[in-house]
Ligand binder design. Structure first.
Ligand code: SF4
Length: 705
């Protein structure tokens, strides 16, 4: 253990490192304390977002630093059928570079792709984008955040001209009179954040929760709307219909700060309550109550999460909720706004600095001549050498090994064999690649299929910034060096770039990368140029945009103007469209997927923490007891679920908290219980988000099929 590191303070005779949790986008502050047996324990830290609170995932996060399962040496495969064997870093990197050079010589630069992750630090996400465009000269790079926040991001850009998950700090929530929370189970996925909603309730506010499942979050609400999966746009339009009819519309705000309401007003007239009840399954009187609580409140916030967003109409769903917020005049004012609850640890920063297929750092666009010229100047390359936008995540994965698709893939911090939709197909595409290299802490299900596996450092073994769900840029500090044989991803990318002849373009280490990121983001929508690591330490994080070192940062957006060219927000006419699949004769039920308290994302990390795994050891399916009786299924029975993509084998859990026509499967588990064996890769036409949240499914008792 490196006790002398600059990021580690000696307190009461023991090393203490002020850092943040490695998992979700709340990025709870925590202290890591060195204990006598050369391990670290987690202690509370009073940080503005979590105010000392942590969930079980955070409390147990340090266990993985000394996990016997972590990778400590590169692994290589001598042939496709040979097992992985240990290798030196030189051998592993040489193999990667030889494969890249051979494949690009034979098939062109775009035959090599890169797949990043929403958990990477800003520095790593930035460097990965630069590595792809400068050292690989490929257009083929995207990341798993495409599967997470892309619909809300696209909708925010369309409506407000800017995408930042929350346009206000969490501290604004308690004094908001009414909150509409759509498709989020915060009480289980992000428990410390519930303190803000509990405080709001204590102060007399109302919380309206929309979800097909009566989750613990719904239990904490003052009004719960149990929506039919895939009907969000109808619900939002229906609430707007009532708001117009009952006089809750803020005409002055609409006239002064928006464009496009007249068409939306006409469209909303077709969503009368009885019709919306038929579509959504939500009783008319509940619709009336929800609209009046939002409409009568002086302040209101509308929040969406993956429920409405992970659909093939995800962008339109979010736009419909934004229409409602704008029409009520509840945006761009204190204690008001529309916000997206980002999921992954750096889901916000990871979508700002260049690992997306169409993007350059600072939210610049790869197809914008001025943006290309600016970034090529920062990078010291010719603008003509920058590739153009490539395929989105699922489109790139779907084409792996096929004509016109990538033939080699570098995966950094993502387990797409578990997390991508239509997972069995994705496994086939991975196996069709000429070469797969994966950088990870553990031998994930994706790494198991790789030709080369590179062991990477964990969060407490490297430093770097993250941008939390509020848009607050925070700093993870290094508590110890990586174990022998393990390298950070920035070191790995620098070594690959050096071998490829582009080493001079890679800044030396995370702080130098951040300094370059500051320059590259200057003047962009996500402007970090005034943020320094020292300021972050002193000020408990800084909200972007922050264009100069004496700028205080921007906790609240849109108070004076929106980020559109004329400063006005845009309404969008959004009709309800049915999901790509709805129940039919062969597949008579809805399937929806989501998270549980003790697991995170594909479970690569959290399935290796005994305490977390002991809470839920295997994949399960939630079934309403009435539906279970119809199928002769009892609690604990083995069941099969089949969709047009495949079959998963699961254990039945009976609960009356779910709609009778809907089944729920958590997506963290691997093997035959993988939720994504079932999910539909139908993509939203704008965001390219797959339809994780709704498809048609058949339930059978037993696992015979
Ligand atoms: S998983 Fe999220 S909510 Fe839980 S401790 Fe970590 S950052 Fe906080």
């Amino acid at each position: 253990m490196s006790l002398g590191l600059p990021d580690v303070a000696i307190r009461a005779g023991a090393a203490v490192c002020a850092t943040h949790c490695p998992y979700c986008s709340l990025q709870c502050g925590m202290h890591l304390r060195a204990s006598a047996n050369d391990a670290w324990s987690v202690e509370e830290r009073d940080f503005p977002t979590n105010r000392g609170g942590l969930c079980q995932k955070g409390w147990t996060s340090a266990e993985l630093l000394s996990s016997p399962e972590r990778l400590r040496t590169p692994l290589v495969r001598d042939s496709r059928s040979a097992p992985l064997r240990p290798a030196s870093w030189d051998e592993a990197l040489d193999r990667v570079v030889r494969a890249i050079q051979r494949i690009q010589t034979e098939h062109g630069n775009d035959a090599v792709g890169v797949f990043g992750g929403g958990g990477l630090t800003n520095e790593k996400a930035y460097l990965l984008g630069k590595f792809a465009r400068v050292a690989l000269r490929t257009s083929q790079i995207d990341y798993n955040g495409r599967f997470c926040m892309s619909s809300a991001a696209a909708a925010g850009l369309k409506a407000f001209g800017l995408d930042r998950g929350l346009p206000f700090p969490l501290a604004d929530i308690p004094r908001t009179e009414a909150i509409l929370l759509v498709g989020s189970n915060l009480a289980e996925t992000m428990p410390p954040v519930m303190q803000y909603f509990q405080e709001q309730k204590r102060l007399g506010g109302s919380l309206i929760v929309v979800d097909p499942r009566a989750t613990p979050t719904a239990a904490a609400s003052s009004l719960y709307l149990q929506i039919t999966p895939g009907t969000d746009a109808a619900l939002a339009n229906g609430l707007l219909n009532i708001a117009i009819k009952d006089g809750y519309i803020d005409e002055a705000f609409i006239a002064a700060r928006t464009r496009g309401f007249d068409e939306v007003r006409r469209l909303a007239s077709a969503y009368w309550p009885a019709r919306v009840e038929r579509i959504t399954g939500i009783p008319e009187e509940q619709l009336q109550l929800a609209a009046s609580r939002l409409g009568r409140a002086k302040t209101a916030i509308i929040l969406t999460a993956r429920g409405p967003e992970q659909q093939s109409h995800g962008v339109n769903n979010v736009l419909a909720y934004i229409n409602l917020a704008l029409a009520l005049g509840k945006v761009g004012k204190p204690h008001c706004g529309y916000g997206c609850l980002t999921g992954q640890g750096n889901g916000q920063g990871g979508r700002e600095h260049g690992q997306k297929a169409d993007q350059l750092p600072g939210y610049r666009r790869l197809d914008d001549p001025a943006d290309r010229a600016f970034i090529s100047g920062v990078w010291g390359v010719a603008e003509t050498d920058l590739p153009w936008p490539g395929k989105s995540a699922y489109e790139m994965l779907d084409a792996m090994g096929a004509a016109g698709g990538v033939r080699a893939l570098l995966v950094v911090g993502s387990n797409l064999a578990v997390s991508a939709p239509r997972a069995a197909h994705i496994e086939q595409r991975l196996d069709a690649l000429d070469f797969l290299v994966v950088s990870d802490f553990f031998l994930s299900e994706t790494a198991e299929r790789a030709d080369v596996v590179l062991p990477s450092a964990q969060w407490a073994e490297e430093e770097g910034t993250m941008t939390n769900l509020e848009g607050r840029v925070i700093l993870r500090q290094r508590a110890q060096d990586p174990p022998p044989g393990v390298r950070t991803d920035t070191e790995m990318l620098a070594a690959l770039a050096e071998r490829l002849g582009y080493g001079r373009f890679i800044p030396a280490g995370p702080s130098a990368i951040f300094e370059e990121l500051r320059r590259a983001s200057a003047g962009g929508a996500a402007d970090y140029s005034g943020i320094t690591w020292d300021r972050i330490r002193r000020e408990d994080g800084i909200f972007w945009p922050c264009p100069t070192e004496d700028h205080p940062g921007t906790p609240r957006l849109f108070l004076d103007r929106f980020a559109t060219p004329d400063g006005r927000a845009r309404f969008h006419s959004v009709e309800f469209e049915v999901p790509m699949e709805t129940p039919d004769h062969d597949y008579p039920l809805y399937l929806t997927t989501g998270r549980i308290m003790a697991q995170y994302q594909s479970g690569t990390q959290t399935r290796r923490v005994p305490e977390l795994l002991s809470r839920t050891r295997e994949a399960f399916v939630e079934i309403h007891p009435s539906m279970a009786r119809t199928y002769g299924v009892s609690e604990g029975d083995a069941v099969s679920l089949t969709t047009r993509r495949g079959t998963a084998r699961l254990t039945a859990r009976l609960t009356d908290s779910i709609r009778m026509d809907t089944l729920f499967v958590p997506f963290h588990f691997a093997g035959k219980g993988r939720a994504n064996l079932l999910t539909n890769p139908a993509l939203d036409p704008v965001s390219k988000m797959p339809e994780f949240k709704v498809c048609a499914v058949r339930l059978e008792k037993g696992t015979q099929c």
